[in-house]
Design a protein. Structure first.
Length: 105
């Protein structure tokens, strides 16, 4: 007697769904980590710029203060004091480990 085994893909064991969910969670965690690092690196005078740093959308973080770009890139009157760029570099290094951790469950 021959037995047939059928495996149906469901939402919870579908590899594509699992990879997409792991990617979404990993990027979300990475962006939160990037915003945290940017808040650590930002020069503080009044604290307004630091408090404006947050995750802005599903795929970005940054500062919403009007003068955030001037501090990051500098002007002809002041030198640059980057805080987003170093935070992004460090965040990107951590992203593969986050993906593996989230894919495992």
């Amino acid at each position: 007697m021959k037995t047939t085994v059928t495996v149906k893909r469901r939402t919870y064991n579908n590899p594509i769904t699992m990879m997409n969910e792991a990617e979404y969670r990993s990027v979300k965690e990475a962006l939160e980590y990037g915003a945290y690092l940017a808040r650590r690196y930002v020069p503080v005078r009044s604290g307004y710029l630091k408090s404006s740093i947050a995750v802005l959308s599903r795929d970005s973080f940054g500062a919403t203060a009007d003068y955030a770009g001037f501090v990051e890139l500098g002007t002809k009157h002041m030198s640059a004091q980057p805080y987003i760029e170093p935070a992004t570099r460090e965040m990107v290094k951590k992203l593969p480990a986050l993906y593996v951790a989230n894919f495992r469950g």
